[in-house]
Structure formats: structure tokens, C-alpha cells
Design a protein around this ligand. Structure first.
Ligand SMILES: N[C@@H](CCC(=O)N[C@@H](CS)C(=O)NCC(=O)O)C(=O)O
Length: 266
């Protein structure tokens, strides 16, 4: 590990210069890119070893006085809170009023607690067989162990979706949840030329919306990309986030350019 590395982000293995396969991993790295103090002093390690909470992402933070025992923090939300509380990063929300912070929290909750589970339902559940076939092909596991590992992993994902209730909705109901989010965020972002709270700088809610939108545009199934693609403001906003935080995502930038052209022509 370089002496400049202050923090390691542990995420699912992912090809270079493309968004992560997990929205929460994408959110975490977007936050690190948005942080002036960490953007050049973190590294990403791809691994299936989960955090103490059994999930990814998590981070390990170097302890200068005790390098053998880094601090481990799990969960993107609590990691961001920890980084701010320990002053490892600036607070992107420092200039917000309590009402604006509450507004941000509501949109983050809607994105992570409703939209994303609905989206992952369309990736993993049997009601969307074409999406599942696509997804299966993209899972980077050697062919000889893939069917067995994926069978058990998918079974667990389906059980989790049933436990939180999303898996009990009909296909149409899940798609309604996605549509509500797309319409709501599009209405809230106006022309897509400014940040969520209208200031000169992005805040935490922009990190979350930008991260999940770029993840969707990169990977998701045609119907959902098309739903987002009907809102040129969402594409513009996503494009701005990509240019600011991940200028190396060349393929995604080209895809967003194509989406913007066809949305403007529509
Ligand atoms: N609240 C967590 C959610 C993390 C999460 O759900 N990660 C999923 C991937 S998108 C995961 O690790 N799933 C694997 C599993 O549950 O076994 C966060 O914000 O970091």
C-alpha cells in the first residue's frame, strides 16, 4: 500500500473505467471522488470478502500509529458519517439548512430504500427473465463453479427481496416504483443544469443521485434506461456528475451522449 493511501474501499470486483456493479459501491467511490481531501489518497480493492455487516462496500482506514490495525467501517451511510466526524473529509452538507438536510435525507432514503431494491428486483427476480439472462452472463466467476455459486447467491438475493417486501409485489407494481422515482427526481432537478439544492457545489444528495443514475445508465436493462432516457434533464445531470467525478468513464460518456441526442429528438 502506498504511503499516500489513507483509505481502502472494498467493493465487488469490477472492470476499470466503468461504474461499479453495486449502487452502494458506486455511491461510496463517488463520495471519495467528491472529497477534496481523499480523492487522491484512496484505492479500491475488488473482493467478495464482505464487511463485518456481511455486505459491500466497506472501508479500511489507515492508522498511522498502528498500520497493522486499520479502522474498519461498514455501510456507505455510516462510512460517510464517520469520515466527516473524524475530519478525514469535509462535510459536503455543511452549508445546508436543517430543512435542506432533511430534504436530502428523504431523497437518499427514497433512492436507496425504494428505487434501488425495486431496480435490483428487476435484475435478479424471475419476473424479468431477460434481465436475469443478461446479468448471468456478466457475473465474473469461472464457468466451472458459476452455476452453483450463482444459484445460491441468487436464492439469497430473492429471499432478501421477499423479506423486505419488494419481492412480494407484482412485476407492474415494482415497475411503478421505478417510474415514480424517475418522474419525481426529474421534476425535482428542474432543467438538470444545477445541483439538487441549487448551490454552486454538489452536496451529499448529488453524490447519491449521481452515483445511482450513472450506475443505471451504464448497466441496466433497456426498459429502465429508456425510462430515464425520456428525461433529458436526468441525462444532463448524470453527464455532469460523470464529467466531474469520473472523467475516465469513456464508454458511459458516449452512451449518455447518444441518450441525450435521442431524448432531444423525441
Ligand atoms: N446499506 C448498505 C447496503 C449495502 C448492500 O446492500 N450491499 C449489497 C450489494 S448492492 C451486498 O453486499 N449484498 C450482498 C449480500 O447481502 O450478501 C450500504 O449503504 O452500504
Amino acid at each position: 500500500m502506498s504511503s499516500q493511501t489513507k483509505l481502502t474501499l472494498h467493493a465487488f470486483p469490477n472492470p476499470k473505467a466503468t461504474p461499479h456493479s453495486s449502487g452502494y459501491c458506486q455511491k461510496m467511490e463517488t463520495y471519495l471522488r467528491a472529497s477534496a481531501s481523499l480523492r487522491n489518497s484512496y484505492r479500491v480493492v475488488g473482493s467478495m470478502n464482505k464487511s463485518p455487516k456481511g455486505k459491500l462496500p466497506y472501508v479500511t482506514i489507515n492508522n498511522e500509529s498502528d498500520p497493522q490495525h486499520p479502522t474498519v467501517v461498514s455501510d456507505s451511510h455510516f462510512t460517510i458519517k464517520h469520515l466527516v466526524a473524524t475530519k478525514l473529509t469535509e462535510d459536503l452538507d455543511a452549508g445546508l439548512t436543517p430543512v435542506q438536510r432533511a430534504d436530502s435525507r428523504a431523497y437518499i432514503g427514497w433512492t436507496e430504500g425504494v428505487m434501488y431494491p425495486a431496480l435490483t428486483a428487476t435484475r435478479w427476480l424471475p419476473s424479468w427473465p431477460n434481465n436475469w439472462a443478461e446479468r448471468y452472463k456478466m457475473i465474473p466467476i469461472p464457468w466451472f463453479i458459476k452455476p452453483v455459486l450463482v444459484f445460491f447467491f441468487r436464492r439469497r438475493v430473492i429471499q432478501q427481496h421477499n423479506a423486505i417486501g419488494i419481492g412480494r409485489h407484482s412485476k407492474e407494481e415494482v415497475e411503478t416504483l421505478l417510474e415514480e422515482w424517475v418522474e419525481g427526481v426529474s421534476a425535482r432537478l428542474g432543467d438538470g443544469e444545477g445541483w439538487f439544492h441549487g448551490g454552486a457545489e454538489p452536496t451529499n444528495v448529488d453524490v447519491v443521485l449521481g452515483a445511482f443514475l450513472m450506475q443505471v445508465a451504464h448497466k441496466d436493462h433497456a426498459e429502465y434506461v429508456e425510462m430515464v432516457g425520456q428525461h433529458v434533464n436526468l441525462i444532463r445531470y448524470t453527464e455532469r456528475c460523470v464529467n466531474l467525478w469520473f472523467p475516465e468513464y469513456e464508454n458511459l460518456k458516449q452512451k449518455l451522449g447518444r441518450m441525450k441526442t435521442s431524448a432531444q429528438l423525441a
